[in-house]
Design a binder for this molecule. Structure first.
Ligand code: ATP
Ligand code: MG
Length: 363
């Protein structure tokens, strides 16, 4: 079953791990959309939720709440049986350690054919597809080799072949270049790009490697379990136009970073309700904590520290926030009553006449 929508749609995705009595929120309302045929990179600090996202998209882990739809299938609603099928038929995986995908005592070709054998693919079809795959990852000549005779990059390319054995629509790669040198990493990136361009394969790749992240169509940054910003590859002409404008941003982190920034446009991500998460460095730099001043200017929207918020307006703002968090059924008059429960003194302060009998204090 296929659908025409985006390949991946995550809306307000939440994943909570329970460890003994503690709850660990690994994803807290993550939004993400990936088009069919896109080659997308995911970056972010350690512990930000990248692998959690991959495990959910791969059907290895269940989301706690929100939406995760892949190729038209809602991963929150799939039965255990349907999820196993999804994992086998829709997605392929490549991990940081190629050994996680490979069986050491089988040859390259046997490794690639094994998932096909398990899926019951007829022999002739199996040989044909494994040949095509091994040519695509550049290993046809080495098909008889055992894994110990392969370099790290060749092992990883075999693992990519294994990941694609069942013709998935989506390839998920969690730091596929994490354990190899730069030259080898480049052969892996070239292989992924080739598969993306020639088979229209959608790829989502987590990476720490700046060079790798500069070769994909789009890079999203995850911070604290949410997508916080994204960089989209710019067209050459547009890039030339704006070369001067972006030159000022290139003073940190070396040549690769400079290359990546020259080729990309950086955006913050708005969710479906128009909320956006500002980069923490900006907030810290400007000293913005819980409120900011927002103005519409000719250039766009200007966000500044909230100056002139004196004590009483700040308190009023905080009180109205309390009213909001108590939900729609607890608005205005009612939240005052809730406050009154907490303190007798406050009850006197906020007392209003009740509906049935108008009491003496109204006269
Ligand atoms: N199975 C689990 N049980 C409990 N907590 C978990 C589990 N898996 C991940 N976490 C926690 O969820 C958070 C996100 O972890 P995740 O592995 O997704 O991060 P990551 O972005 O992939 O980090 P890294 O770059 O180091 O691989 C971390 O705080 C982690 O400790
Ligand atoms: Mg990880």
């Amino acid at each position: 079953m296929t659908s025409n929508g985006p390949m991946i749609l995550c809306d307000n995705l939440v994943k909570i791990y329970k460890v003994q009595d503690l709850e660990m929120v690994a994803l807290q309302g993550l939004d993400l959309m990936v088009d069919r045929g896109e080659f997308m990179g995911v970056i972010g600090p350690s512990g930000s939720g990248k692998s959690t996202l991959m495990n959910i998209l791969g059907g290895l882990d269940r989301p706690s709440a929100g939406k995760a739809i892949v190729d038209g299938q809602d991963l929150l609603k799939l039965s255990a049986f349907a999820l196993t099928r999804y994992r086998r038929e829709k997605v392929g995986f490549v991990w940081q350690q190629p050994s996680r995908n490979l069986i050491p005592y089988l040859s390259v070709q046997e490794n690639v054919e094994l998932p096909m054998l398990v899926a019951g693919m007829p022999a002739h079809e199996r040989h044909e597809w494994s040949r095509e795959l091994l040519e695509a990852v550049g290993l046809w000549e080495r098909r008889q080799h055992s894994l110990s005779q392969l370099s790290g990059g060749e092992q990883q390319r075999t693992a990519i072949g294994v990941g694609l054995a069942n013709k998935p629509v989506l390839l998920l790669a969690d730091e596929p270049t994490g354990e190899v040198d730069t030259v080898t990493a480049q052969t892996i990136m070239d292989t992924l790009r080739h598969l993306n361009e020639n088979y229209g394969l959608t790829i989502v790749m987590v990476t720490h490697d700046v060079r790798a992240s500069s070769q994909v169509d789009r890079v999203v940054t995850i911070r604290d379990g949410r997508t916080s910003s994204e960089r989209v590859r710019r067209l050459r002409a547009e890039q030339d136009d704006q070369e001067g404008a972006s030159a000022g941003h290139q003073d940190h982190e070396g040549a690769h970073q400079a290359h990546a920034e020259a080729a990309y446009h950086e955006y913050v991500v708005l969710d479906y309700a128009g909320r956006l998460q500002l980069p923490r460095e900006f907030l810290e730099h400007l000293g913005i904590s819980d409120r900011a001043q927002v103005d519409l200017t000719e250039e766009g929207i200007l966000i500044r520290p909230a100056v002139g918020l004196n004590d009483s307006t700040a308190q009023a703002a905080r009180l109205s926030e309390v009213a909001e968090t108590w939900g729609p059924q607890m608005r205005s008059r009612d939240w005052r009553l809730r406050v009154s429960d907490a303190s007798r003194g406050l009850r006197n302060l906020f007392r209003r006449p009740n509906h049935s009998g108008r009491s003496g204090d109204d006269k």
